[in-house]
Design a binder for this molecule. Structure first.
Ligand SMILES: [Zn+2]
Length: 88
């Protein structure tokens, strides 16, 4: 078990020195990706959307988002209730 002894020596010290940097970098990348994803999925307030089914245009608060393999479609309250009841 000579390899384990050498690993727990200098290599462990190197790992302990790099671990905070690596974890910090991972957190930064995850936060950056989450922020980018959020920006594309959640549009700014006050924006209007046309219903993907009946075409009725309304503000975001009155629309229901539906995720189709990454693409977000918006339904009005009536069409969202209609599609969810049909899916289940
Ligand atoms: Zn509709």
């Amino acid at each position: 078990m000579t390899t384990a002894v050498t690993l727990s020596g200098a290599h462990l010290g190197l790992f302990m020195a790099l671990a905070p940097l690596t974890i910090g970098l991972i957190i930064y990348v995850v936060a950056y990706m989450a922020k980018r994803g959020e920006g594309s999925i959640v549009p700014p307030l006050g924006q209007t959307f046309a219903c993907a089914k009946c075409g009725k245009r309304s503000v975001r608060e009155h629309m229901v988002p539906a995720n189709f393999e990454g693409a977000v479609a918006w339904y009005c309250g009536h069409c969202a209730a209609d599609s969810t009841s049909r899916a289940s």
